[in-house]
Design a protein around this ligand. Structure first.
Ligand SMILES: NC(=O)c1ccc[n+]([C@@H]2O[C@H](COP(=O)([O-])OP(=O)(O)OC[C@H]3O[C@@H](n4cnc5c(N)ncnc54)[C@H](OP(=O)(O)O)[C@@H]3O)[C@@H](O)[C@H]2O)c1
Length: 261
């Protein structure tokens, strides 16, 4: 299979790509900036010597001309992994931040998926669209409401898209990944984004410190469980729609859905 992953400089996207390449698939890791492209290409040179079919190019998902790069590439599976995270109190969040969070995680992700689906229809090809949401899209976290809302939106949009596609074709599958907390550095950066915020109502500094500690404690340092689920969703031809990991956080989520929703 030929798989394209967005925001795959490091973390979950990179590790998933590497695993798929090791399984013999052709993988395109796309990254946010030109500098990241250069750095990653240097790293990939070593992997190519191991006969892995893995390449990289810059795809800023906010940029329409970058998004168009995915047409006519004969991609079998698009993994929408790129994301940003903003955090603040909903009472005081700067709407620019909230809009930017939606611009990347939702609007740009959906636009890229539209371009990919149109390409599949135009070339009469089968394909798969995978959305990386989050357990935080199911269990919204206070002071992470902006990020939580984007991930909740992705759940709704992916679910609608899947139902719509089923009416017209069996050739495009949609899968939804809901990872729990993993210590990739992403959450630290989400908390860092709150740093300059000033609150009239909350002691944001101490809240951030406590949340950071909690996330570090709950978070999994090992990405294998979520990478395994994403790889499974890429290769799986069954009707299964939602894939979650790690196990302990999935149990908490199910408990929450049963009793608090
Ligand atoms: N880590 C967790 O606990 C966790 C939990 C649930 C879900 N997730 C989701 O899993 C996915 C991967 O996260 P991760 O933890 O592996 O962190 P990560 O490595 O930081 O992944 C996010 C990537 O998206 C990139 N990105 C941001 N804006 C972009 C844009 N406009 N165009 C292209 N790429 C862009 C980032 O690049 P820059 O560094 O340049 O911004 C970064 O490489 C994300 O969707 C995240 O929401 C993570």
């Amino acid at each position: 299979m030929k798989i394209l992953i967005t925001g795959a400089r490091s973390g979950i996207g990179y590790k998933t790509g590497l695993t798929l390449a090791k399984l013999g698939h052709e993988v395109i890791l796309t990254v946010h900036t030109k500098e990241q492209e250069e750095t990653l290409n240097r790293k990939l040179e070593k992997l190519k010597k191991l006969n892995l079919n893995i390449s990289c190019f810059k795809l800023d998902i906010k940029d329409e001309s970058d998004r168009k790069k995915i047409t006519n590439l004969d991609i079998d599976c698009l993994i929408n992994n790129a994301a940003v995270g903003y955090s603040d109190s909903i009472l005081e969040i700067d709407l620019k931040k909230l809009k930017e969070n939606f611009e990347v995680n939702v609007f740009s992700t959906i636009r890229l998926s539209q371009i990919y689906a149109a390409d599949l229809f135009a070339n009469k090809r089968k394909g798969k669209i995978i959305f990386i949401s989050s357990i935080i899209g199911i269990i919204p976290v206070p002071f992470l409401g902006s990020y939580s809302a984007t991930k909740a939106s992705l759940i709704a949009l992916a679910t609608s898209l899947r139902k719509e596609l089923k009416l017209i074709t069996n050739d495009i599958e949609v899968k939804l990944i809901e990872p729990g907390i993993y210590n990739t550095g992403f959450n630290d950066y989400v908390f860092f984004n709150k740093k300059e915020s000033k609150s009239k109502y909350f002691d944001l500094e101490s809240i951030t410190l406590k949340q950071k500690k909690l996330f570090r404690l709950i978070g999994s340092d090992n990405l294998n469980s979520i990478v395994y689920k994403i790889v499974k969703s890429v290769l799986d031809n069954s009707n299964k729609f939602i894939y979650r990991a790690p196990f302990f956080q999935v149990i908490i989520t199910k408990f929450y859905m049963l009793f608090f929703r």
